[in-house]
Design a protein around this ligand. Structure first.
Ligand code: NDP
Length: 280
């Protein structure tokens, strides 16, 4: 399966469709099956994997470590540090702990999970230390609003920020007003988290259902195709179900027409004013 790519500011090409892992690693009895689904995803070309030290208290990273064993070089690996650990020394020691759980010597991308109390200069300087040591290839942020991104850019080395991972799906479009255009102006792709709206009411949307019918697809596939429509967004739906995973991978081949997008807009309206950033 051919998965389109998105280019990071440093020129690295990554798959536009990856794999989320929140809630994986929460039950020992399911870990083997979860790792098997991730391996299947890598085979299908969904080789960008998003995890975090927070998920299942490191358990998700362990599942990912199991999944990438013997094929580390095929994967673009993303993890996140919690803001309460994002001091100069904390970033380094927490990254090293993540690397141990993941069974690798480097992350491709390390994100600050959400804004916190440590000065950004400190966290970013620690990211740069990790980069110089080869422990991470790039760094970025998550849950940062447009104003927060200006602060990042004003920080020494702030221009090295590779991405901002934010909540984005047809019912959460606030970023289209300011954050998305800002990131575009910086040539910085956005990572859309919860692109399926966590399989809640979004997947029952009459607009998504109608568009899905025209494409002989599912509402979940339309939600994914919608999130990828600008060619500059990376979506990371999570699935621990092999059938869902295959369905999600096929969504990368769906191209939505202007009429499809207009139908979605009528029900899931684009923002007309500044909205505060949605966050889970
Ligand atoms: P998603 O929008 O990806 O939805 C996941 C849910 O959708 C699961 O219940 C899954 O069930 C279900 N699902 C997956 N595929 C299908 C399908 N084809 N049809 C129907 N249901 C489907 O939510 P997440 O919150 O998990 O977001 C994705 C990832 O983003 C996370 O896993 C995490 O990696 C990241 N994230 C980052 C955050 C941050 O603060 N930076 C916050 C939240 C998420 P099943 O497993 O049974 O398929």
């Amino acid at each position: 399966m051919t998965i389109p790519t998105v280019t990071l500011p440093d020129g690295t090409k990554v798959p536009a469709l990856g794999l989320g892992t929140w809630h994986m690693g929460e039950a020992a009895g399911r870990a083997g099956a979860e790792a098997a689904v991730l391996r299947k995803g890598i085979e299908l070309g969904l080789s960008l994997i998003d995890t975090a030290e927070m998920y299942a208290d490191g358990g998700s990273e362990k599942v990912v470590g199991e999944a990438i064993k013997g094929q580390r070089e095929r994967v673009f690996l993303v993890s996140k540090v919690m803001p309460q650990n994002a001091s100069s020394s904390g970033v380094v020691s927490h990254c090293e702990a993540s690397l141990r759980r993941l069974g690798t010597d480097h992350l491709d991308l390390y994100l600050l999970h959400w804004p916190g109390r440590y000065p950004l200069e400190q966290t970013i300087a620690a990211f740069e230390t990790l980069r110089a040591a080869g422990k991470i290839r790039a760094w970025g942020v998550s849950n940062f609003d447009a104003g927060d991104m200006e602060e990042v850019l004003a920080t020494p080395h702030g221009k090295n920020c590779a991405t901002n991972q934010v909540l984005y799906h047809p019912d959460e479009r606030g970023i289209e007003f300011d954050l998305l255009p800002w990131c575009r102006s910086q040539k910085m792709p956005v990572m859309a988290y919860s692109p399926l709206g966590q399989a809640g009411k979004l997947l029952r949307s009459p607009a998504l259902k109608a568009v899905a019918q025209r494409h002989d697809a599912s509402p979940a596939q339309i939600a994914i195709a919608w999130s990828l429509r600008d060619g500059n967004t990376i979506a990371i739906p999570k699935s621990a179900d092999p059938a869902h995973l295959r369905e999600n991978a096929r969504a990368a081949a769906i191209s939505l027409s202007a009429a499809d997008l207009a139908e979605i807009d009528r029900v899931h309206k684009p923002p007309a004013r500044k909205m505060s950033l949605g966050m889970l």
